[in-house]
Design a protein around this ligand. Structure first.
Ligand code: COA
Length: 257
């Protein structure tokens, strides 16, 4: 019921699956909360060495679930309370990704929009199917970037490209994501699952402790910066989500169906 499925294999691989294909795996507060607690348990469980995240169906994820905003706008409810509640959860979710000490791999099976794109730069390895595209339509929706992307994307891609996608809503093709360093490797859609399994099996044979220490060395350099970027992005987003621009974007999205 939480919209997430989680399975642990013998080789220490914990697989998390977004499981709301009928809503293109849009992320609810409950899904964020479940993911936070899975990552927390995985951190301390000696049985878990690495974690993969993927989506069921044709999408990886369509980002924040807008339906809570629709209900609130429709019922004349308090948008400020709702955005504070959502962004508190989102901040803790992104903090959990920043802090996760074991290897975290994204298996991007389909298109991704919003926070599932921005947080990719916090994973250790990103595999994408050749049918994937990435979109971050924040300004179009009257909001602003999250997932630490205001820091990680210019660093990864250079500000010229980061401006195109974070300010001007350009769609990023999977090939461009590869050449810009957001994606490590692309597999063909019909071989995606098989190739991912092969790769994960090889990785699960590497010494887990050595991986963890190596990750720690790299993450420690920018850990505090990432946490503070996250805090500041979430503070801005809380304000943006009560703006007339966002309310009108929500009305347009739910009017069309
Ligand atoms: N929040 C809530 N519901 C969402 C959603 C979201 N982010 N994304 C998709 N859905 C729902 C749709 O409302 C629809 O529900 P319905 O069947 O009850 O009407 C269902 O998922 C299927 O989506 P639909 O739009 O019919 O499919 P599509 O293939 O035409 O388009 C998307 C898919 C993802 C491109 C489109 O739904 C979309 O643009 N979603 C918003 C993405 C977004 O802006 N995310 C946040 C970025 S910050």
């Amino acid at each position: 019921t939480s919209g997430l499925t989680c399975t642990l294999a013998d080789n220490g691989v914990l697989r998390i699956l977004f499981n709301r294909p009928e809503k293109k795996n849009a992320l609810t507060i409950e899904m964020y909360e479940t993911m936070i607690s899975i990552l927390e348990q995985a951190t301390y469980s000696p049985q878990v060495n690495l974690v993969t995240v993927s989506g069921l169906g044709d999408f990886f994820s369509s980002g924040n679930d807008f339906s809570i905003f629709e209900q609130t706008v429709r019922n004349g409810g308090n948008l400020q309370d709702l955005s504070i509640q959502l962004l508190r959860t989102v901040q803790r979710f992104v903090d959990a990704l920043i802090a996760f000490p074991k290897i975290l791999i994204a298996l991007v099976n389909g298109p991704a929009i919003g926070i599932p794109v921005t947080t990719l730069a916090l994973y250790d390895y990103v595999i994408a199917s050749d049918k994937v595209y990435f979109q971050t339509p924040f300004t179009q929706l009257g909001v602003a970037p999250e997932g630490c992307s205001s820091y990680t994307f210019p660093l990864l891609m250079g500000s010229t490209k980061a401006n195109e996608i974070l300010l001007f809503n350009h769609r990023l093709s999977v090939n461009e994501a590869l050449s810009r360093g957001l994606v490590n490797v692309i597999y063909k859609e019909n071989e995606f699952t098989q190739q991912c399994n092969l790769f994960i099996r090889e990785l699960s044979e590497l010494p887990a402790e050595a991986l963890r220490y190596s990750k720690k060395l790299m993450r420690d350099v920018e850990r505090q910066t990432l946490h503070s970027v996250n805090a500041s992005e979430c503070a801005h987003l809380t304000t943006r989500m009560t703006s007339p621009d966002f309310v009108s974007a929500m009305n347009n999205f739910f009017k069309r169906s």
